[in-house]
Design a binder for this molecule. Structure first.
Ligand code: ATP
Ligand code: MG
Length: 158
């Protein structure tokens, strides 16, 4: 279905902000324009739910999570940045593999199956997007993904 990504993103962030502890701060850097994408809304919600819950799960007390979205050519670029423990360079690509958990000792007590990001990758790629992460150990992690934007100008041109 055709949806405005920014509107969905705000709704999901709002839902999380009602439940997070006061020790984590959310900052939104989102444009006021509409970013129309053709997606399965439930699946895209599943992607955001997992990436945002990871960011919360791995955030320290007093941490800030930054939500971004911008247009990049004909793509939408979404970013979710945390100030958590981070992931080492050699492991950051592996987090999208099934059942992969970067730090067995630390992540075990935080729960989860290690499937969330593998599912997110499947969903994003099924929508012709890409998903990846950038991380610095001890500084934090940013998960980014793209989705094709629907071209709304096409109609005006003819
Ligand atoms: P599930 O999502 O199935 O409940 P999970 O969160 O452990 O379990 P994924 O979401 O697939 O699984 O993440 C895989 C692993 O990547 C995590 O176990 C963790 O080690 C690492 N990881 C993911 N996001 C972050 C993050 N924001 N900061 C640090 N490590 C992360
Ligand atoms: Mg997860």
């Amino acid at each position: 279905e055709k949806i405005d990504f920014i509107n969905l993103y705000h709704d999901i962030i709002d839902r999380f902000s009602m439940n997070i502890s006061e020790k984590i701060t959310f900052k939104r850097n989102l444009p006021s324009e509409k970013f129309i994408v053709w997606v399965n809304k439930d699946k895209l919600t599943q992607v955001l739910d997992n990436v945002i819950s990871n960011a919360i799960k791995y955030s320290p007390e007093g941490g800030t999570i930054r939500f971004g979205a911008q247009k990049q050519k004909n793509q939408l670029l979404v970013s979710i940045e945390d100030q958590g423990m981070g992931i080492s360079q050699d492991k950051v690509e592996k987090i999208f593999e099934r059942f992969y958990r970067a730090d067995k000792a630390r992540t075990r007590k935080l729960g989860g199956t290690g499937l969330g990001l593998a599912i997110a990758k499947e969903i994003i790629e099924a929508h012709d997007g890409r998903i990846w992460a950038k991380s610095k150990e001890g500084k934090g992690t940013t998960v980014l993904f793209t989705l094709p934007l629907m071209n709304q100008k096409r109609r005006d041109k003819k």
